[in-house]
Design a protein. Structure first.
Length: 479
């Protein structure tokens, strides 16, 4: 990934001085998750899984989506993932599978991704696999509103990233719960209709801290980390410096990375429609908050949405040039919250991943489905409720088209009439995961098990992360 600012521990572009008058550090506030007026706070006190894609997270409260890198119609890879991985963090090391790759141990959330499996086909004797781009995204179904104010979002994470060619955490806010919002150069455009993301992979090695920002000391004995850059998406159009965009990130300070399991950095993101500020702490501390970066002139175009915590990989074993091997890597999270008004919570209902085998690739399992006009996929979504209380409904999913673009999506819910959804994106690239949140008629939703058919009459598609969302149906829930 050719980043505009910091990549594999090196600052490439000229640094812009920090905004005059901006404090270099601040003290965190008291209250739930360190917020004075919390609208949401999750401290992961105990496992609370509900048998959905969310692992040991409570699937009523949290949604999880995954794009794990192997999509190939000819090789029958439909959002294929590594069948088993080893999770660490604050959990005892153990082997887990996809959908059990999120565990809560000792009051903290741990999740693991492997982007570089041995995907040797059964009829070959040498390894044919290489690393890839992956994204695991988690979001609370509680809306965050920052209309007419500067809202605060906080979270702790073990940001031991090896840089932009390794593994790193990202933070996103999007206007709808369209799954797995993410962008990787021009090749991966899973862009929400409106949203922004912050990449926390600006890494500087020992003695190189000054390259991470004008307020970052150069005498660092271990790796330090800061914001690398950010992306803003307006009506599916990105402003991303990694893909030719002009969005500016003004770098300031840095914080020390974790050096052992259980050490977390605390981050605070101050969000208004026009500007974003990012603060962090040294690993293992809660104060002081060091000013890391400003994204001025963000011009978001929305003031209410959902927050996302993401684990991102880019062929992460290639981070060896900065001394890391992060293809199989666990990030640990805690104390996720935000302030503002407490709004009615959405209810979201997962279609279970397909979990089908990949012929000839025993190390992989498919999470998604293939669908076409001649063989449209029918996907089952169980345990749906809340229709009577919902203010609206959404069908959310990722899809990928390969040969024809643009395509029109077709869908039918519970044998009702066929609806169409036109291609909303400004580009016509093929071979990229896309994310979409399609408004649906609540009259076509039933209590309990629902069946949705999704296809295109123009091209075969890979589908994944399919959900039904009942907007506001969860009502007001105390933080």
């Amino acid at each position: 990934m050719a980043l505009a600012a910091i990549t594999c521990g090196v600052l490439l572009s000229a640094l812009v001085p920090v905004v005059l008058g901006r404090q270099g550090s601040r003290s965190p506030r008291s209250g739930p998750c360190g917020l004075t007026h919390a609208a949401f706070c999750a401290t992961f006190d105990r496992p609370d899984g509900t048998g959905t894609r969310s692992g040991e997270l409570n699937g009523t409260l949290w949604g999880v989506s995954r794009q794990l890198g192997f999509d190939n119609l000819g090789q029958h890879q439909y959002d294929a993932a590594v069948r088993s991985v080893q999770i660490t963090g604050t959990c005892p090391t153990r082997t887990v599978t996809v959908e059990t790759d999120i565990r809560i141990c000792h009051g903290r959330l741990n999740e693991v991704v492997n982007d570089n499996p041995d995907i040797t086909p059964a009829n070959q004797t040498s390894e044919s696999g290489d690393g890839t781009v992956t994204s695991l995204a988690m979001y609370p179904k509680q809306p965050f509103d920052f209309s007419g104010r500067t809202g605060k979002v906080v979270f702790d994470v073990s940001d031991d990233s090896g840089g932009s060619h390794a593994a790193w955490p990202e933070f996103w806010i999007t206007s709808t719960p369209a799954p797995d919002p993410f962008a990787h150069l021009a090749s991966w455009q899973s862009l929400p209709q409106y949203g922004f993301g912050i990449r926390l992979d600006g890494v500087c090695g020992p003695g190189q801290g000054g390259q991470c920002g004008p307020d970052c000391p150069s005498g660092n004995a271990t790796n330090v980390v800061t914001v690398n850059d950010a992306i803003v998406v307006r009506n599916y159009t990105e402003n991303d410096p990694e893909n030719g965009g002009a969005l500016q990130t003004i770098h300031a300070g840095c914080v020390r990375e974790p050096t052992h399991a259980g050490e977390l950095n605390h981050f605070q993101v101050d969000v208004s429609e026009k500007q974003i500020e990012v603060y962090g702490t040294n690993a293992g501390t809660l104060a002081p908050l060091v000013h890391l970066a400003t994204i001025p002139n963000a011009d978001l175009g929305f003031t209410r949405g959902l927050i996302w915590l993401e684990d991102v990989h880019y062929n992460a074993n290639k981070g060896v040039d900065v001394g890391v091997h992060q293809a199989m890597h666990t990030f640990t999270w805690d104390n996720v919250g935000f302030d503002g008004p407490v709004l009615p919570r959405d209810l979201g209902f997962d279609a279970a991943d397909s979990q089908t085998s990949v012929p000839g690739y025993p190390a992989l399992t498919n999470l998604g489905w293939v669908t076409s006009a001649s063989a449209p996929a029918t996907i089952t979504i169980p345990k749906v409720s809340g229709r009577a209380k919902a203010t609206g409904g959404l069908l959310t999913l990722n899809f990928e088209n390969f040969d024809v673009s643009p395509v029109t999506l077709r869908y039918s819910l519970n044998r009702h009439r066929v609806h169409t959804y036109a291609w909303p994106y400004p580009d016509t690239m093929t071979g990229s995961p896309r994310t979409v949140a399609i408004p649906i008629s609540l009259a076509e939703v039933v209590k309990g098990t629902n069946h949705v058919r999704i296809w295109s009459g123009q091209d075969s598609l890979i589908l994944s992360n399919v959900d039904l969302i009942m907007r506001g149906a969860g009502g007001i829930v105390d933080p």
